[in-house]
Design a protein around this ligand. Structure first.
Ligand code: DOR
Length: 428
């Protein structure tokens, strides 16, 4: 079936243009100048962008389906405008076996929602001791190796992992927090944590670990035979960490980084009410850190906005701040949040913002850019700038709560297409 999105403004990493009449059929963009179609959608006032890719979502399968599963997580992703999702392996048990990667991919394909690209554990059981069978995991469909949720304490194991992954052409992603500095911290370390009487997780825990991991990367680069070791730093939260990455990139190191919607829109101040909704690892930091991250998005130090969608049960998040688990669900609000808070309110360029959801994360995985051009795959998202409040009771995710409940946002995905097939449709 062919269909037409009429009069729609186009935005991708190359800029904004239009309005255009976008003809879609056979899974492709067939024309930007209209044509015969069975269905026409009025795109006036809407924006069309390439489908988003999330580098970092906790979909909780296998073993933690009480928090989320592939069906709810991938529907939440589709509703968030994501056509492609990288799922994290800190499940129960951790995803370190090729059969599990294969089974997850098959199940996701049957669901027909956003496409799943599993990340696999770097080490067996994510225990940081022995490498997982990276070659077999890659063959089964793993696109990234990471012990996310845990940190890689053993630098030698990380180096070996970088070397093996380099030979496979796959990046290694790190959750950069020095555990011995982080200790039992539940929020950003500093005057506010002291005033609230809560254990702090210092920014230096992140910076120290990034500094170490960059040295590990240098070592791996020096010793690599086949392929280039590539290090990806997850959920960057501090100004100091950002500065280290900026320097490393200037020096030409093959390192990439992501930042999350929560670190880009919230600060430690939200913890004043002691609400575990705002408890996340790494913790929400200061306004200066948040502003530094936004600078990092602009100057290219940060390559991608990744959600770190981390659903937990309502009951778990209602425990007190010391006992509640770390994590914020956000797949369904990520783009509207940043569209509103950064672009509309802060003047952040829209095309750069879209790039951080599309070409940026694609580059981290070594995928080609996806632009709005004739012949390109029709993996697309149609966005409605009209404002409406965040209503977590309507989330597809099992985690129906949100730090942003009630915030009025624009930029909602109203149609998500995966290779021309609608996986989310909420057109008026
Ligand atoms: O807040 C977080 N939640 N940070 C992590 O590193 C893990 C994640 C989770 O799995 O819940």
């Amino acid at each position: 079936m062919r269909f037409l999105i009429k009069n729609v403004l186009l935005v991708d990493a190359q800029g904004q243009r239009g309005p255009a009449d976008v003809l879609i059929g056979e899974g492709l963009i067939l024309s930007l100048e209209g044509g015969e179609a069975e269905e026409a959608i009025d795109g006036a006032g809407l924006l069309l962008a390439p489908g988003f890719l999330d580098l970092h979502a906790h979909l909780r399968e296998p073993g933690q389906e009480v928090k989320e599963d592939l069906a709810t997580g991938l529907l939440a992703a589709a509703r968030g405008g994501y056509t492609d999702v990288v799922s994290m392996p800190n499940t129960t048990p951790p995803i370190d076996a090729p059969e599990v990667v294969k089974a997850l991919k098959e199940k996701a394909a049957r669901l027909g929602l956003a496409r799943l690209h599993p990340a696999a554990a770097l080490t067996l059981g994510q225990e940081g001791k022995a490498l997982a069978p990276l070659g077999l995991l890659k063959q089964a469909g793993a696109v990234l190796f990471t012990d996310d949720g845990r940190t890689n304490e053993d630098a030698g194991v990380l180096a070996l992992g970088l070397l093996q992954a380099a030979a496979l052409g796959t990046p290694v992603a790190v959750h950069a927090e020095d555990t011995s500095l982080r200790r039992g911290g539940v929020m950003n370390d500093g005057a506010l944590a002291d005033a609230l009487g809560l254990p702090g997780n210092p920014p230096e825990a992140e910076a120290a670990r990034i500094a170490r991991d960059l040295e590990v990367l240098r070592y791996a680069l020096r010793r690599a035979h086949g392929g280039t070791p590539r290090l990806h730093v997850q959920h960057l939260s501090t100004q100091r960490g950002l500065e280290l990455l900026r320097e490393a990139k200037r020096a030409g190191l093959p390192v990439t980084a992501e930042a999350t919607p929560h670190h880009l829109t919230l600060t430690e101040e939200t913890l004043r009410a002691l609400d575990p909704l705002f408890k996340v690892a790494p913790p929400l930091r200061t306004e200066a850190d948040r502003e530094a991250l936004v600078e990092g998005l602009l100057d290219g130090t940060i390559d991608a906005i990744a959600t770190d969608h981390a659903p937990h049960t309502q009951a778990e998040k209602e425990l007190d701040l010391l006992r509640a688990p770390f994590g914020i669900p956000n797949l369904e609000v990520a783009f509207p949040l940043l569209y509103t808070e950064l672009h509309l309110k802060g003047g952040f360029p829209l095309s750069r913002l879209v790039a951080l959801f599309t070409d940026g994360p694609r580059r981290v995985l070594g995928l080609p850019p996806l632009h709005l051009a004739v012949g390109a795959e029709a993996s697309l998202v149609l966005l409605d700038p009209k404002e409406r409040p965040v209503d977590p009771s309507r989330f597809a995710s099992k985690a129906r709560y949100s730090p942003w409940a009630g915030w009025r946002l624009g930029g909602w995905p109203v149609l998500t297409l995966v290779a021309g097939r609608a996986v989310h449709r909420a057109l008026e």
